[in-house]
Design a protein around this ligand. Structure first.
Ligand SMILES: [Zn+2]
Length: 58
C-alpha cells in the first residue's frame, strides 16, 4: 500500500510532500528531506512519532 507524508501535517511551515511504495521507503525520503531542508541530522523520537502518526494512505 502506498504511503504519503506532508510536512504541513506535522505543523511545519514547509510545502514538502512525498509518497512512496511503503512506509520504509517513505521514511527514507522524509529523513533525506529533514536533513537537507530542516537541518536535522537525525529526526528525534518525538518528531519521528509525529511523522509516523501523520502518514496517510496515498
Ligand atoms: Zn519540510
Amino acid at each position: 500500500m502506498a504511503k504519503k507524508f506532508a510536512c504541513k501535517n506535522i505543523g511545519l511551515a514547509c510545502n514538502f510532500e512525498t509518497s512512496a511504495e511503503n512506509e520504509e521507503a517513505l521514511l527514507a525520503q522524509v529523513k533525506e528531506h529533514a536533513r537537507t531542508s530542516h537541518k536535522m541530522e537525525q529526526i528525534d523520537e518525538a518528531t519521528m512519532s509525529k511523522v509516523k502518526s501523520s502518514i496517510q494512505e496515498a
